[in-house]
Write a protein that binds this ligand. Structure first.
Ligand code: DQA
Length: 184
């Protein structure tokens, strides 16, 4: 009997990718990531932003994905880059970094593009939040329209997110559950 379950497709459960399309993904690093080689080594590993971009690019190639990178300390530049490039991209990864709690314009540029995006962070950005003092009610701006989140795995947050994004793009059923439209 083949109709075991509409959701079960053996191909999806037995290969890294279910599709062969070569995707173009925009990878954005926000304010302060250009300085990552001088930031806390235990989090950012002492590597420079160019090393990170090369790491993500080469992982992308291994799964037939082309990544295009922007690092910027200026929100306006990030917004314009999204406007300009969104038509040519299939999706985005963003480490909003310094814009994590304030980046409404960038969040909307991504949401308006109607392309899925995944928010990434080196750190576990939620750690300790349960014990945040009263009054520290900062809101994660990008989470409301993201397809997903990956944080806490340092540079591997990016490669994990890239794989997740490709799964979403390869699988029309997952793409249909985009959270865009539920933005508050
Ligand atoms: O600049 C950053 C980096 C960060 O996004 C990360 O990658 O862990 C975490 C943010 O809270 C912080 O503002």
């Amino acid at each position: 009997m083949s109709n075991v379950s509409a959701g079960y497709d053996p191909q999806r459960w037995s290969s890294i990718r279910t599709g062969q399309t070569r995707y173009r993904i925009g990878v954005i690093d926000g304010p302060n990531m250009s300085n990552m080689h001088r930031r806390d080594r235990s989090v950012y590993g002492g590597a420079a932003i160019g090393d990170l971009q090369e790491f993500v690019r080469s992982f992308g190639e291994s799964i037939n994905v082309e990544t295009h990178h922007l690092v910027s300390n200026h929100e306006g530049e990030i917004v314009e880059w999204i406007h300009e490039n969104a038509p040519d991209f299939d999706g985005f990864l963003i480490n909003p970094a310094g814009l994590t709690f304030t980046g409404e314009p960038t969040k909307w540029a991504l949401a308006d593009s109607n392309k899925p995006y995944i928010e990434v962070h080196f750190r576990n950005v939620i750690a300790g939040k349960a014990m945040a003092p009263l009054g520290d009610e900062r809101r994660f701006v990008f989470t409301t329209a993201a397809k997903g989140e990956v944080f806490g795995f340092q540079q591997y947050s990016y490669t994990s997110a890239l794989l997740g994004l490709v799964w979403v793009l390869d699988d029309p059923e997952m793409s249909n559950t985009l959270s865009i439209g539920q933005i508050c």
